[in-house]
Design a binder for this molecule. Structure first.
Ligand code: GLC
Length: 559
């Protein structure tokens, strides 16, 4: 059984499962909860503390499951509530906690509430759960505003009777009205539902978006240009409003009813100075920091971001979070193998892999990969991960990064699923390339993922990076993750301080020490650097010469 440790989350190693692409037990090409159960021993072998499962709810998959039809159920293609219970039990028995993904900013358009809102008509209590407005123009034929959704295209869609509803994401994801007490009550019910079934915590999707302030009268809504010019300082009509924290204070009371108190981590894309509001102990308690995920492979940049985030989490007594990959971004092995082209303007460039300043805005082109250095990208990714696992705070890893997977670009347009692809339209390839089902074996129908063709195509190179090929093999990425995570458990203490070793920090290197003489040195450059004294515990790549750390390599030392 699990130790009842109320601080387990502070320095947890959390592994994100994208359920539809992890393991397919029932042979329909989509991963499922029985698939997770069948790989429970694999998860244990990674020495992780928790898994976070991306949405497994019933969904028409307009946005990979982030369009939820029913918050208190499991998609029949993924399993049943009984499968969920079994999964929790099997993982708990192995010392692995379970974090459920909660999507409170929007439901799907198939959710019974939205269907009822469509039927009930303007001015009804059913519509008041969402954000419906009259259109502009003589007959309301123009949308209330010219705003664009995050996935591209307009933020408003018109319904049959002429009203328009707001969707900051896809049209299939109508935004909820959090001014409505019914919405509050229903989510409290959902929290308790999963907590009572054994969930240990939540990842909260678009946590900065729930509170909105939008006058009823469309004429007084700001234009897109006005909206974009508004400061996001707690008063913006759509994002990061101060009163969103009232919602999280309500949730915190519920989370604290359980022993130990349950955890929550906010996905909040906000100004860094505002992040502590989300991680405060009377709120969600922890917030994602995506700063390293957005960063270039640069020692000074990493140092600045690490130091800054440790200060931020100190402000509320939370712990920091570190992420290099997730289901929304180009995998870090690939990002770090792309040339730095600099600015977002380069995104227009038609036929190369492109690195822009925001990981979210990578544009990948099919097949053609003239500029990608796969080997360098992987070496750097491994080095970055070993650094991450030594930092104070929680490390959130994404399925497949333990295999050193690269982004999959071999997906033809007719096989794409991501709404960003369809709504850009076609300009952004979208996020399918990091969501391709995992390769478990070197051969077989879907490299051991299941018995049927997988829902996204797997490239031939998956064979070489499969679990089977890397399992137990010295120097493989899988072995490095396992060794690092096992060792991390031994080395971690409650002391969350970090001391920079200034004389070893420079343009191309970083070094710091944690309690107990655990030293991490990372070489960002191409040329070897001298290693300080100490016993080598683990390195992210081969150390050819004694006393030297090769380029794009990280080492852990004991002093
Ligand atoms: C979050 C999710 C992303 C999803 C979006 C809308 O950013 O991580 O996958 O598309 O929210 O729910």
């Amino acid at each position: 059984m699990l130790i009842d440790d109320k601080n387990w989350w502070r320095q947890a190693a959390v592994y994100q499962i994208y359920p539809r692409s992890f393991a397919d037990a029932n042979g329909d090409g989509l991963g499922d909860l029985q698939g997770v159960i069948s790989r429970a021993d694999y998860l244990k072998s990674l020495h992780i503390d928790a898994v976070w499962l991306s949405p497994f709810y019933p969904s028409a998959l307009a946005d990979g499951g982030y369009d939820v039809d029913d918050y208190r159920n499991v998609d029949p293609r993924i399993g049943t509530l009984e499968d969920f219970d079994e999964m929790v039990q099997v993982l708990h028995e192995r010392g692995i906690r379970v974090i459920v993904d909660l999507v409170p900013n929007h439901t799907s358009n198939l959710h019974e509430w939205f269907q009822a809102a469509l039927k009930a008509g303007p001015g009804s209590p059913e519509r008041a759960r969402y954000i419906f407005r009259e259109g502009r123009g003589e007959n309301g034929e123009l949308p209330p505003t010219d705003w664009t959704s995050i996935f591209g295209g307009p933020s408003w869609t018109r319904v049959e009777d002429g009203q328009w509803y707001l969707h900051n994401f896809a049209p299939e994801q109508p935004d909820l009205n959090w001014k409505n007490p019914e919405v509050h009550e229903d989510f409290i019910k959902t929290l308790r539902f999963w907590l009572d079934r054994g969930a240990d915590g939540f990842r909260v999707d678009v946590a900065h978006g729930l509170a909105k302030d939008l006058p009823e009268d469309a004429a007084s809504l700001p234009s897109k240009a006005e909206l974009d010019a508004m400061p996001v300082d707690g008063t913006h009509p759509l994002w990061d409003r101060d009163e969103v924290h009232e919602i999280y204070r309500e949730w915190r009371e519920v989370l604290n009813e359980y022993t130990p108190a349950r955890t929550a981590v906010a996905e909040a894309w906000v100004e860094t100075s505002r992040r502590p509001h989300y991680s405060s102990p009377d709120g969600l308690g922890q917030a994602f920091n995506f700063d390293l995920l957005d960063a270039d492979f640069s020692a000074p940049e990493f140092r600045h971001l690490i130091a800054h985030n440790l200060e931020l989490s100190d402000q509320t007594g939370s712990s920091s979070t570190w992420v290099f990959s997730n289901h929304d971004v180009v995998r870090h092995a690939t990002r770090f193998g792309l040339p730095l082209l600099g600015s977002a303007e380069d995104i227009e460039h038609p036929d190369t892999w492109i690195k822009a300043d925001q990981a979210k805005h990578f544009v990948l082109t099919d097949g053609a990969e003239p500029a990608l250095d796969r080997e360098l990208g992987l070496r750097r990714a491994r080095a970055a991960t070993l650094l991450e696992l030594a930092l104070p705070g929680s490390a959130y890893m994404y399925q497949g990064e333990e295999l050193g997977l690269h982004e999959v670009v071999e997906i033809s347009d007719d096989q794409r699923q991501d709404p960003t692809f369809f709504r850009s339209p076609g300009v952004e390839k979208g996020r399918d390339g990091c969501r391709v089902p995992l390769p478990w074996t070197a051969e077989g129908e879907s490299f051991g993922f299941g018995q049927a063709a997988p829902h996204l195509p797997q490239p031939a190179w998956f064979a070489e990076v499969s679990v089977e090929k890397q399992d137990g093999k010295d120097g493989s990425t899988l072995s490095m993750y396992r060794e690092a995570l096992a060792l991390r458990r031994e080395l971690l203490t409650e002391d969350e301080s970090l001391t920079w070793i200034d004389e070893l920090c420079g343009e191309y290197s970083l070094a710091f020490e944690r309690a107990g003489g655990w030293v991490t040195v990372m070489n960002f450059g191409d040329d070897p650097i001298a290693l300080p004294a100490g016993k080598v515990l683990l390195s992210s790549g081969p150390l050819a010469q004694e006393g030297e750390l090769p380029g794009a390599t990280t080492v852990w030392l004991q002093r």
